[in-house]
Design a protein around this ligand. Structure first.
Ligand SMILES: CC(C)(COP(=O)(O)OP(=O)(O)OC[C@H]1O[C@@H](n2cnc3c(N)ncnc32)[C@H](O)[C@@H]1OP(=O)(O)O)[C@@H](O)C(=O)NCCC(=O)NCCS
Length: 305
């Protein structure tokens, strides 16, 4: 099959599986290595970030990625062949190097080939979850005494502490990566956000004590997410953390409800966020708040064993 036919079949299957997936973009091989089997095609890319960069907090320094398009009835076997071909391109990764990963992003509901990925040593590790604006959530009853307010410059130390606490918790799931420079990188980013005219950081206070923080992006800042979802106005929930001693008492739900209100006021059609699937707090929390998986990131870290 040629790439046009594969792409058409692939697009047809995805639109039948999930109406919130965007139509696949043009097959642009710039900077990528094309791979092909009889009924499937893939583009392999490699990216690297500097150890001191802000991006390095969220990922391994070297990432190999594979974008696949599958057609025909033997899609799982075709995916297996593509993964086998890809192995050769991972040769620049030293076996066992924790700062390397091989990543395959799949539409969450296009479940074909999940077992093939497991057989090749990949695990479903991170998800982009989506929540249509009209979706109802089911959280605990509102906690008396919780107040949500815009974060101000005087909150710098609190906001940095809550972000670092989140990074430390999330690092357990193997994708967020602690770095020696992380406090400086987080402080710089929070200072930048606090100086902006439009609020993006919100603090939850319980009887005056700051116990939680949520970070949001509204259009046009969040427009980079539109390639992931079939919607024009997308809100992005960058992060949410509740101080350890206050978890499970409704503070997170109050912050999420506030975030959804801000999105509604901005005319957002869907909200997106990333979360680690193995996180036993965030996974059930987001799905109770009306989110569901849209894209699943399958990771093999290190890229080569
Ligand atoms: C995920 C997180 C933000 C959730 O915030 P939270 O304040 O703990 O959440 P809430 O208390 O508002 O909601 C969860 C609680 O609501 C209650 N609840 C859930 N659904 C409910 C329902 N339908 N009816 C009544 N109560 C309900 C439960 O008691 C639940 O807590 P439990 O699972 O510990 O029993 C928080 O746990 C956290 O900061 N975790 C660490 C960092 C993190 O994972 N952040 C997310 C990164 S993407």
């Amino acid at each position: 099959m040629d790439i046009e036919v594969i792409s058409t079949e692939h697009a047809k299957r995805l639109s039948a599986e999930d109406s919130l997936l965007p139509p696949p973009g043009p097959w642009d091989g710039t900077g990528a290595t094309p791979l092909a089997t009889r009924d499937a095609a893939a583009l392999a890319t490699r990216s690297e970030v500097a150890a001191g960069s802000a991006a390095a907090l969220w990922r391994p320094l070297v990432e190999h990625r594979l974008e696949v398009r599958l057609a025909g009835s033997g899609a799982a076997a075709q995916l297996g062949e593509l993964l086998d071909q890809w192995e050769e391109l991972l040769g620049d990764c030293a076996p066992g190097d924790w700062d390397t990963a091989a990543v395959v992003t799949r539409p969450s509901r296009d479940t074909v080939g999940s077992d093939t990925l497991l057989r090749h040593g990949f695990a479903p590790a991170r998800v982009i979850a989506v929540r249509p604006a009209d979706r109802l959530g089911s959280g605990p009853p509102a906690v008396p005494g919780v107040r949500i307010r815009r974060a101000e410059p005087r909150d710098l130390a609190t906001a940095v502490r809550l972000h670092l606490e989140l990074n430390q918790y999330d690092a357990q799931f193997g994708l967020v990566t602690p770095r020696p420079e992380q406090e400086r990188a987080v402080t710089d980013e929070v200072r930048r956000l606090l100086a902006e005219r439009e609020p993006s950081l919100w603090i939850a206070e319980l009887y005056g004590e700051p116990l939680g923080i949520v970070q949001l992006q509204l259009p046009p800042e969040s427009d980079w997410t539109r390639e992931h979802v079939a919607a024009r106005r997308v809100g992005y929930l960058t992060s949410l953390n509740v101080a350890e001693q206050a978890r499970g008492s409704g503070v997170g739900s109050a912050l999420a409800e506030h975030a959804h209100q801000v999105f509604d006021e901005a005319g957002v059609e869907v909200a997106l966020l990333h979360h680690a699937l193995a996180n036993p707090r965030s996974t059930p929390f987001w799905y109770a708040q009306g989110y569901r998986p849209l894209w699943t990131y399958w990771y093999r870290r290190p890229a080569v064993r």
